[in-house]
Design a binder for this molecule. Sequence first.
Ligand code: HEC
Length: 459
Amino acid sequence: MTTTLRMARGVCLMLLALPITAPLAAQTTREGSGSAYSHSDGAAPTFAKQIAPILQAKCQVCHRPGSIAPMSLQTYDEVKPWAKLIKQRVQARTMPPWHIDKTVGIQDFKNDRSLTDAEIALIADWVDAGIPLGDPKDMPAPMEWPDPKTWQFSKQFGEPDLIVKSKPYTVMSSGQDKWWRPLVETGVTEPRWVRAIEVKPSVPNGRRVVHHVLTTLEQPEEGVTNLASTAEHSGMPMGPGLFMEWAVGKTGELFPEDAGKLILPGSRIRWEVHYYAIGQEIKDDVVELGVWYYPKGYEPKNRTILRMFNVAEGSELDIPPNAESMTQNFYVLQAPARLENFQPHMHMRGKALSLEAIYPDGRKEQLSLVSNFQWRWHVNYIYAEKSAPLLPKGTTLVFTAWHDNTSKNPNNPDPTQWVGWGDRTIDEMAHVWVDVTYLEQDDFDKQLAARKAKKTTSN
Ligand code: HEC
């Protein structure tokens, strides 16, 4: 089987990612404003003063009507019956969904919605104190959420320069999940650099039946993504590769100012829309892809390419009953690169996935480790610009995946089964999505020097 085929099939049933863009205002105003959370005067925290702001910043993007969580956590009355469970879930760090190991590797992320230890302690104290409301005058103004019907980037950039639509698909009221893979011409007539991409399911019906969307850019060019290959496992997907992956809660991708994706005349979008039945027929559903260009003539220095690093390939997944297994794969960077994100993908037996770098001088560094993998939560961990790993040419990327097929794994449906690679969530996978920005040597040197300078001044 070719790798391309495998990749097309290599998509699991449930794919949920943390929102990237919505609502940035809340993130920026609340982050770092530690004083709002402090209760050093010894008084018990109240809902109005300390808890509501945390829920706004870290929970409501999903816990509000029309979003993906089972209950709304906007008002005191809505939160009250859930208080005990909230305490339990935040202390176990299963809510909000953020499963990266906080003790190793890079910890600066653009989309971090995890709770700090102080926030978790506040929530616990509040529940233990009998969930006091406090003075309603202290309540923060309710959040304003973006209208799902409009393009989220339209505030910044206006309407998209290019809209590509999937072909209509009717989702039956019941039955198995469907993967809809139409191929659609972009109609682009000249090469353009892309600064932002957004995928928009239809509202309200598409939002109810679309699990995730992959859009792959197919266009006539050669040898672009071949920059991180391995001797044994060189069968990587070629071409410009995946354009964007969308999953519930995610809006779009905005590239750093020095980077973008290139779209060429003759290009086509290969859609993969994962639909699931909801007990009601949904007729002729269409998903839209919006693309915003850099101004004509502006060429970002670097090209970002979304790549799938297959951890399982070569070793092939082969997990005996009642056993844990480790799978590893290596990729050598053929050019200097900046990694923009880390998004591991496994299924029900998935336990942990790690990315290490072995530098050409032999130094080794743990970059990221998801140590509490939850297969329902395919969180995309997006590195903050100042911390995105800058890796010289010749760096070896070491991907390691652990699967747990024992009864100790609470997500394991049947530890007596032998498990191999496959599409179904009861089969396994192990791969990682990474947006790789390949850099010119001089640009890489400059970025590295700038970082070192910052480090020495701040130390
Ligand atoms: C990215 C979306 C998202 C965010 C952010 C999020 N949740 Fe959730 N939450 C969900 C979904 C979906 C479920 C149901 C599936 C599950 O339990 O994983 C859930 C389940 C829960 C449950 C368990 C409900 C039950 O019936 O078992 C609690 C409690 C909870 N969330 C609290 C919170 C709190 C508190 C926060 C913020 C500190 C938060 N969540 C942030 C999406 C989210």
